[in-house]
Design a protein around this ligand. Structure first.
Ligand code: RIB
Ligand code: CA
Length: 310
């Protein structure tokens, strides 16, 4: 097997972030070097504790976890306890973490990880982009060591937090705009593709029987299903964040289209909208590969295989 692809995940667990961490750790083709946390689904102390608990559950206390931004670059924090519960991982009982956070902050850990890597590193942010934007501001000299940013966020079409905006981008639109204009290669897994990764009853049963942690993942999805049903009427809660990992792990499962993407930061009704130039009307060069189609069966097979290795 060729050398594992080195990645850093920036997360706001959140049920789907937790599953994305499991997908990464269960895939020998990836080397999860570091994890950083950001306020998003729940406040920073909880997202950090959740990342530590999930990595402890997986048995990967060797992976450093550093806390990052407790609020967006310039706005008040918006959280999503209505979707993920008070803890951010409501549903199954998860044991306490068996290790603590790194003494560096998120930006320092990202910078150190890039400096120490002989190979370029892929960043996989699955929460608001505050840490990534701050890293790019503070370490422009390390930008070339980032091979790609595979982010979960945005939407060509409908939003999930407002009619126009997806949660991760809504929370910190200024950070997102800086990331999309950074000239770092970007793969954007927005709602258009992540909504194709819905974990319905059949998928939840498959997951339940996938390895030691399959039951936990199924219970995550059961909880996620109750909130998604109540809010959106969905029977199959989308596993958003694992799609951003799959885009790196198995890019052949994802069909993308190059587009120029900008982020609305001034709009009253449209704050946080990712304005995706699907037809190239604005004549600006594409700055992102935007996910449009998911090989659904391949995605769930990839996830179940990874869970069986944990
Ligand atoms: O809109 C879905 C995204 O917002 C996911 O990353 C979810 O975990 C939340 O962060
Ligand atoms: Ca997330």
């Amino acid at each position: 097997m060729e050398q594992a692809k080195r990645i850093i995940m920036d997360v706001d667990p959140g049920h789907d972030d937790a599953v994305a961490l499991m997908l990464a750790c269960g895939s020998p083709e990836l080397e999860l070097s570091s994890v950083t946390t950001v306020a998003g689904n729940v406040p920073l102390p909880k997202t950090t504790n959740n990342a530590l608990r999930v990595l402890s559950l997986i048995g990967r206390e060797d992976i450093p976890v550093a806390a990052g931004a407790s609020s967006p670059l310039k706005r008040q924090l918006t959280t999503a306890e209505n979707v993920h519960g008070e803890s951010g991982l409501d549903g199954p009982d998860i044991p306490d973490a068996t290790f603590g956070p790194d003494n560096r902050d998120a930006v320092e850990l990202i910078a150190d990880t890039l400096r120490e890597s002989s190979e370029p590193v892929t960043l996989i942010p699955t929460g608001p982009l505050t840490n990534i934007a701050t890293f790019l501001r503070e370490h422009p000299e390390l930008k070339e060591r980032v091979s790609r940013i595979s982010l979960m966020g945005g939407s060509i079409g409908l939003g999930n937090t407002t009619p126009a905006a997806e949660f991760n981008i809504y929370v910190d639109p200024e950070a997102a705009r800086e990331v999309f204009s950074s000239s770092v290669p970007i793969t954007m897994s927005g709602l258009d593709i992540t909504h194709q990764a819905g974990a319905g009853p059949a998928e939840r049963e498959r997951l339940r029987h996938s390895g030691r942690l399959g039951g936990v993942v199924a219970e995550f999805c059961e909880f996620f299903a109750t909130t998604y049903k109540r809010i959106y009427g969905f029977d199959a809660p989308p596993l958003h964040d694992p799609v951003a990992v799959a885009a790196v792990l198995a890019p052949d499962l994802i069909e993308t289209r190059p587009m120029y993407v900008d982020v609305e930061c001034e709009g009253k009704l449209t704050r946080g909208e990712t304005v995706c130039d699907f037809y190239g009307i604005a004549g600006k060069p594409p700055n992102a590969e935007v996910g449009i189609k998911l090989n659904r069966e391949g995605f769930f097979e990839l996830l179940c295989d990874a869970l069986k290795k944990l």
